[in-house]
Design a protein around this ligand. Sequence first.
Ligand SMILES: *Cc1c(COP(=O)(O)O)cnc(C)c1O
Length: 380
Amino acid sequence: MDTYYFDNAATTKVKKEVLQEMLPYYSEKYGNPSAVYAIAREAKKDIEKSREKVANLIGCDKKEIYFTASGSEADNTAIKSIAYKNRFKGNHIITSKIEHHAILESCEFLEKQGFEITYLNVDKNGFINLNELRNSIREETILISIMFANNEIGTIEPIEDIAQIAKEKNIIFHTDAVQAVGNVNIDVKSMGIDMLSLSGHKIYGPKGIGALYVKNGIEFDKFINGGHQERNKRAGTENTAGIIGLGKASELAKESLNEHIKKVKELRDYYVEQVNNKIPNIRINGALNARLPGNSNISFEGVNGNDLLLELDNVGICASSGSACNSEETAPSHVLSAIGLDSKTAKSALRVTFGEFNTKYEVDYLLENLEKAVKKLRNL
Ligand SMILES: *Cc1c(COP(=O)(O)O)cnc(C)c1O
């Protein structure tokens, strides 16, 4: 059976050109980048080229990019390293209720160490309230971390306004942009972003590689101890192939950004419109504007999302009932709860996320089978 992949927010398929560039680093170019001989020096040089490509994608200097093992690690680092570095200045951090678990659990970890966290509410479309943000700021606030775009409902937060508020109060502003990078035009300098997390496998690069942008001048604690890699911030022999893959994926994402946005948005808009026409008693979750171009999240009244996923899986369709991390849990999604959905409506949600490789033919296949599955489950 063919696979119809509509879970591009969970991960994406590695582009051929990306894999092609990675392969030599598993064979002839295997030198440890810290060593002195030619094959090692070359690996080191290639890593720096990759760093430049990642920097270009978000508009920063290459010296402001630190490679990590994942988006989760970049998030953990941002939260914990800033907290520890500034703990004598203050112990208060502001984030939101709809962050990825990499942020939320890092904050919960810090709470146990005596830090205080404010979790901002969001409205029914998933937007934070800027006045609530302003009012939450204290003398002790050292960090604001608000995601660029949400992984479940696709809502894009007012990043520039948040950055402006943080700047006025001299507070560091971090954003988890793992979903936004490659789907939204990002320029950290003009947007006023101090720190940003991104991940390779969400932008058609390999899994197990991410990056943290830290604006020049912001001090943060070393977060993996050992060797002096990554300008003495993260020890560990570099994942050379992964870094090369992330670099190539970043380069391609930059080149094709506008085209990519147009393509996935067209597929998404067509899908949502058709679902709206064909299937009664649905609820579209998340913002209509200011939304990731490839994201859809729809609740189907009277249907359990996990049952729906199984029906779709039977015909080769991959989708999600929330985020990848939530799909095995029985609790409703914290994001859908935060936008005000009751537990039943939250559990009837289907997240369909479109990507580079999807076609209209595939969307029609999805629509046909989705309609059948919803009917079947509603009649049970
Ligand atoms: C996927 C994702 C992460 C985690 O990235 P990994 O590289 O899978 O660890 C963090 N935040 C958001 C918003 C994500 O979508």
